[in-house]
Design a protein around this ligand. Structure first.
Ligand SMILES: NC(=O)c1ccc[n+]([C@@H]2O[C@H](COP(=O)([O-])OP(=O)(O)OC[C@H]3O[C@@H](n4cnc5c(N)ncnc54)[C@H](O)[C@@H]3O)[C@@H](O)[C@H]2O)c1
Ligand SMILES: [Fe+2]
Length: 383
């Protein structure tokens, strides 16, 4: 039962410029706000792509001095952030633009934090109360998503791993929210099918887990349901025959997923995180494979919510089981695997994975409690 005697806080994000060609506004926006020396933080792949070179050219054509930092790992680590901070300082930059997928935007956000906050980076870990040390100003920060997945562009947190253990740490502070987002679906037109599928299933997981998460947050719930509808009707096209409509729907729905998941995530993200930490599995792929199994676990007791998800997916049978069947089908339509074994998980990994999943920070907001034994059962079923 919802307790209406409680005062709640809802944070909704920032200026979002969304649509084909939005990136063209970047040089004018920088100049209008007095910035002429951005550090562009991206990943080594994106740094080579045509659209990235076009962005650099457009900035240079407006007499903006461009410095690029792209020396980051696929699952970013602390030393990436330190190198980025050094690049910012060595070339006297005046603002930071994160351009890329979640990895690049997370590193950019962590670099933003590190410029005027000089403690060890993980002293700022939100899970150990590190946000209390975020007392200084941060540089002006812009995000430009080029995948449609994490929604990190509207996030206030960065997920950075320890270099040696690969344990994921969370840096969080409202100051780390970008001042403006240029969300241009044209930048995703050539996103390869696998990345489109995996990042898109991550976005679907965000919307579904946010909708199911504990707590009273009808704004997040409404956004999440619409996000589910948009992804459900566009992910297969975005993967198999991309056009502007499918790319645009995926981009806005992934952003919506991240707006919604301020409410919380759940069991699927806790199943997925250890796979990235332990086996370096892509975050979206890890979620995609675990999503149907995690949702099956959540049905009992939450049939009404699953009915609403089924309705958002326009399924003929409006039950949790129909939703789960549809998720398996969706993974197949976008050519993603449906078992953990097919992404390299072995029976002997399950004990360690279960320990890590149980220690993960996402499942406390799952609609029902998840025990270590539940994690083990879920991994075993999904194997
Ligand atoms: N901050 C948050 O709220 C949050 C939430 C979930 C995940 N994450 C983090 O985000 C990361 C995953 O992000 P992701 O799923 O976007 O993947 P990613 O950033 O790793 O990108 C996936 C791949 O796509 C390539 N790529 C990116 N844009 C492209 C384009 N337009 N065309 C062609 N190739 C392109 C990249 O080079 C990379 O190889 C993980 O590190 C995860 O921990 C952060
Ligand atoms: Fe995610």
């Amino acid at each position: 039962m919802t307790d209406f005697n409680v005062v709640r806080q809802y944070n909704f994000p920032t200026i979002i410029r969304f649509g084909a060609g939005a990136i063209k506004e970047l040089p004018g926006h920088l100049l209008a706000n007095g910035f002429k020396k951005p550090l562009l933080v991206t990943d080594p792949m994106v740094a080579q792509l045509d659209f990235f070179n076009a962005i650099k050219k457009d900035l240079a054509a407006s007499s903006i001095s461009v410095e690029v930092f792209a020396d980051i790992h696929k699952n970013p680590v602390k030393s990436d952030v330190i190198k980025g901070r050094n690049a910012f300082n060595a070339t006297s930059r005046d603002c930071i633009i994160g351009i890329g997928g979640g990895a690049a935007m997370d590193v950019a956000r962590a670099v933003v934090l590190s410029i005027h906050h000089h403690r060890d980076l993980f002293d700022y870990d939100d899970l150990i109360g590190g946000d209390q040390y975020v007392t200084e100003d941060v540089p002006y920060f812009i995000t430009v998503p080029t995948t449609s997945g994490t929604g990190s562009e509207v996030g206030r947190s960065a997920i950075i791993s320890e270099d040696d253990t690969h344990r994921k740490r969370i840096l969080f502070h409202p100051k780390l929210l970008a001042k403006i987002i240029f969300a241009d679906p044209l930048l995703t037109m050539d996103l390869p099918p696998f990345v489109t599928a995996a990042t898109g299933m991550d976005a679907l997981t965000h919307n579904m887990e946010a909708f199911l998460a504990k707590g009273f947050h009808p704004m997040a719930d409404g956004i999440a349901l619409e996000g589910i509808t948009l992804i459900n009707e566009s992910i297969a096209d975005a993967v198999n025959k991309p056009d502007l409509a499918s790319r645009s729907k995926m981009m806005i729905a992934s952003l919506m997923g991240a707006v919604a998941f301020q409410k919380g995530l759940g069991v699927v993200h806790s199943l997925a995180h250890p796979l990235s930490a332990f086996l370096d599995t892509h975050h979206g792929l890890a979620n995609a494979v675990n999503l149907p199994y995690g949702m099956q676990f959540n049905i009992a007791g939450f049939e009404d919510k699953f009915k609403r998800i089924a309705s958002a997916m326009n399924l003929s049978k409006q039950t949790g089981e129909a939703v789960v069947d549809h998720l398996f089908e969706l993974n197949k339509q976008v050519s993603l695997p449906v078992t953990l074994r097919s992404i390299g998980v072995k029976q002997e990994h399950i004990e360690t994975l279960s320990d890590l999943a149980f220690a993960d920070f996402c499942h406390p907001s799952n609609p029902k409690p998840v025990t270590r034994i539940d994690f083990k059962t879920l991994y075993t079923t999904a194997l």
